[in-house]
Design a binder for this molecule. Structure first.
Ligand code: SAM
Length: 404
């Protein structure tokens, strides 16, 4: 498991994390986020809800819910625990689900957040759902709203509803004039808002894309300008785009590299100043990695792939470029092919100097002599020099996604 809360890095905003959100959240500092909205897979057993991208992503997800609802609930519970830890004491969370699992997740939320911190069950009536002559056709999703404590932000004036909307026409006066109050009606828990129409301008053809209007309502009500908004299942980045537009800071995460690229493009269009949106954890193809500048490459392998930390000082003399997250064992990164015996020998001295029993060298490939030297060291001194190729790290990345 990745490092626990206390040694975690500072929260960087304006960043998209590409990876399993559990791994990502475990690396973020406690009580640092004002508002979380999530729209996770609904346990609908329909592929589109999690699969969007290439074959590797598809394979990684195909078996996810094989164990049934218990597996799904356990999977969600681990993540909700982390979200609870990440919220500031004044923070709020909105969990978007539908009839498939909302009742199970409500129980988990009551456990994790406390029943007393449950605020509202919002019904999003999107209309145009399926039709049935045998039962009531589904036309809504459910959004659970909890707060971390009994102190929270709620900007009611920002989300008052106009009296002119269709379903309040009954409130017209006898002479036909609309009843209008300057401030508008206090909002309630049934939100009538159409899902994205095929012709909608904001449509990006992401299978489960939510309308910006929905997120606008949540973000305006439950955060202030400058606050930090997070979405850990952010798909094509609807939450992030709205947060950006409304002057909030944000962080996002999605396990799909394609989704991450898509949302980066979406948000970049909204940014006026010269600000680059970084995707952390994005797997690259091998040619790209070979062409990367050495510092970036080192960062990519140690931080993004091994979840480790890079050495602050350039310790090329020792050959230690960083440390792995779990054991703090030394790591050396070589942006080359056919790494041979001399590199292993030199790194072995560095591992000994750090009084460690294990170290990792990462490279594109290793010569036979490197493996022989590593085996000799293990036999003679019990020190393990693990030789890992970049290709293996990337394969591990996809495996982790599939197992979580
Ligand atoms: C329902 S979609 C979110 C759609 C989003 N609200 C939008 O408007 O585009 C759920 C997303 O969760 C992502 N996802 C599934 N499992 C994940 C995990 N373990 N970590 C991070 N993202 C995950 C999927 O790739 C998918 O993009």
């Amino acid at each position: 498991m990745p490092k626990k809360a206390e040694e975690k890095q500072e929260l960087r905003t304006g960043v998209i994390y590409c990876g399993d959100n559990l791994d990502v959240m475990e690396r973020l500092p406690s009580e640092s986020i004002d508002l979380i909205y999530i729209d996770p897979p609904f346990f609908s057993n329909r592929h589109y809800e999690v699969i969007w991208g290439n074959g590797a992503e598809l394979r990684a997800f195909a078996d996810r819910w094989k164990g049934g609802i218990e597996v799904y609930v356990g999977w969600m519970k681990d993540r909700l625990f982390e979200m609870h830890r990440l919220l500031k004491p004044t923070g709020s969370i909105y969990v978007h689900l539908d009839w498939h699992a909302v009742h199970y997740i409500k129980c988990e939320m009551d456990d994790i957040f406390g029943m007393g911190n449950f605020r509202t069950e919002i019904v999003w009536w999107y209309g145009g759902g399926g039709a049935s002559k045998r039962r009531w056709a589904g036309s809504h999703d459910t959004i659970l709203f909890y707060t971390k404590t009994n102190k929270w932000t709620f900007n009611v004036d920002a989300v008052r509803e106009s009296y002119k909307i269709e379903w309040t026409r009954g409130q017209k006066r006898a002479d036909g004039s609309e009843r209008t109050l300057k401030k508008g009606k206090l909002p309630d828990d049934v939100w009538r808002m159409h899902s994205l129409m095929p012709w909608a301008k904001e449509r990006l053809h992401y299978p489960t894309q939510k309308p910006e209007k929905l997120l606008e309502r949540i973000i305006k009500a439950s955060s202030n300008e400058g606050d930090i908004v997070a979405d850990f299942f952010c798909g094509c980045g609807t939450t992030l785009a709205v947060a950006e537009r409304l002057g909030r800071r944000w962080i996002g995460c999605d396990v799909s590299p394609k989704a991450c690229q898509l949302m980066r493009r979406r948000i970049s269009k909204l940014i006026k100043e010269d600000r680059d949106i970084k995707i952390i954890g994005m797997p690259h193809d091998i040619d790209e990695l070979k062409a990367m500048n050495p510092f970036e490459f080192q960062n990519y392998t140690i931080v993004d792939m091994l979840y480790g930390t890079c050495s602050r000082t350039k310790s090329a003399d020792y050959g230690v470029d960083g440390h792995d997250h779990l054991t703090h064992n030394p790591v050396q990164v070589k942006q080359s092919e056919h790494v041979g015996r001399p590199v292993v020998q030199k790194f072995h001295s560095a591992v000994r100097r750090e009084k460690r029993k294990k170290g990792i060298i990462v490279a594109f490939s290793f010569a036979k002599t490197a493996y022989e030297e590593a085996a000799r060291i293990k036999l003679d001194e019990g020190i393990e020099i693990e030789l890992r190729t970049v290709q293996e790290l990337i394969a591990d990345y996809y495996r982790r996604m599939g197992q979580k």
